[in-house]
Design a protein around this ligand. Structure first.
Ligand SMILES: Nc1ncnc2c1ncn2[C@@H]1O[C@H](COP(=O)(O)OP(=O)(O)OP(=O)(O)O)[C@@H](O)[C@H]1O
Ligand SMILES: [Mg+2]
Length: 340
């Protein structure tokens, strides 16, 4: 109901009309009183209609009081009705919204279950394909010509990429179903970083990118799920290398920040991200430039998962970027043994 419907004149007739309706005064009497009222108004005297009617002896005090009381009761009842109808509408609308929300979360659940099932189904045949390629490449099943070996190595590379994509999907569906479980242990970051640098080095070399590391030697252990944390840093390194043109630089920096925190950041001198699009980075299956899918590859899942994994660690990812200059992604982790 529109708010204007709640003004008293609409809910109950005005006093003058009511008195006429009830036969306490005549229309003629009302006109007389209103004209008297206006005259007084002209002299800057503000007379209420009741007072005017009494003054002109068009009504007696008990009848007037009775009529006013009746009007107040009518007004109160009308307001109560209006309130009740408003409450009913709010209740109906809330129920509709709750239903829509339930349907939406059911759909989300279905999507997550679908992704989970399909990913597991994809993994089984892939394991076979991978295993047989491995047997062929290592010449366990017989010797190969150079050409055949090269072709199989390409196939092997492709299956590795497919496997990591499927793993990402599985992780994503776990996160979407709230089933991302962490195995928190004290983690040695120097060790993790060395492994990551070894792994990223080849990629950086292939793309003519200089990789640097600034990792303090006496870092404390941090409280984290080691496998997932390595995965997170690898994603950031992968992105940094992927979105930096040849000749650029990528750096991994790990340092103690305050007493209880260690900060991990990955900086690049790459293409950067426009300020107004920073918020899009963490949406699943989303890439800033869809043409970059072809140019750079990927599904747009990496950062969405990075955020979810870090959130599960009680951490948040932050990003600073300047277009055509570069980007820094960073987050902090709690030192093991320190209270959260
Ligand atoms: N270091 C970076 N510099 C510039 N843009 C970046 C950087 N990291 C991420 N982006 C942008 O954010 C998008 C999302 O990143 P995300 O890691 O989620 O997906 P992806 O790398 O495209 O695919 P995936 O990680 O699934 O292989 C990227 O497509 C890219 O547009
Ligand atoms: Mg990525």
């Amino acid at each position: 109901m529109a708010q204007s419907h709640l003004i008293p004149e609409v809910l109950v007739p005005r006093l003058g009309e009511y008195l006429v309706q009830q036969g306490h005064i005549t229309e003629e009497g009302l006109r007389k009183a209103l004209s008297y009222q206006r005259k007084k108004q002209g002299k800057d005297e503000h007379w209420l209609l009741g007072e005017t009617l009494l003054e002109l002896k068009l009504i007696d005090r008990p009848t007037l009081d009775q009529a006013i009381t009746e009007q107040i009761i009518q007004l109160r009842n009308a307001l109560e009705d209006a309130n009740r109808s408003l409450e009913r509408r709010v209740q109906d609308r809330t129920a509709e919204l709750q239903l829509a929300l339930r349907k939406l979360s059911e759909l989300n659940q279905l999507k997550a279950n679908f992704v989970a099932n399909i990913s597991h189904e994809l993994r089984t045949p892939l394991t076979h394909v991978k295993g047989y390629i491995e047997l062929l490449v290592t010449e366990t099943l017989g010797s190969l010509g150079e050409e055949q070996k090269k072709a199989l190595q390409v196939a092997q590379h492709a299956t590795t990429r497919l496997e990591s994509l499927i793993d990402n999907l599985i992780l994503f569906s776990q996160a979407a179903r709230g089933k991302l479980t962490l195995h928190l242990t004290p983690v040695n970051l120097n060790q993790v970083a060395t492994e990551i640098l070894n792994y990223s080095n080849q990629k950086a070399l292939d793309r003519n990118i200089t990789l640097s590391a600034d990792i303090k030697s006496n870092l404390p252990l941090v409280k984290a799920d080691e496998e997932k944390l390595s995965w997170v840093i690898l994603q950031l390194m992968d992105n940094a290398i992927k979105f930096t043109p040849a000749g650029g630089k990528v750096g991994l920096l790990i340092k103690r920040e305050a007493d209880a925190l260690v900060r991990i950041s990955v900086a690049d001198t790459g293409i950067g991200i426009p300020k107004n699009r920073l918020h899009e980075l963490f949406e699943p299956f989303h890439q800033l430039d869809s043409s970059s899918t072809r140019r750079y590859g990927g599904t747009g899942l990496g950062l969405a998962l990075v955020r979810q994994i870090l959130e599960a660690h009680g951490s948040v990812i932050d990003v600073q970027s300047e277009e055509s200059k570069g980007t820094i992604f960073g987050f902090t982790l709690l030192v093991a043994g320190k209270p959260a």
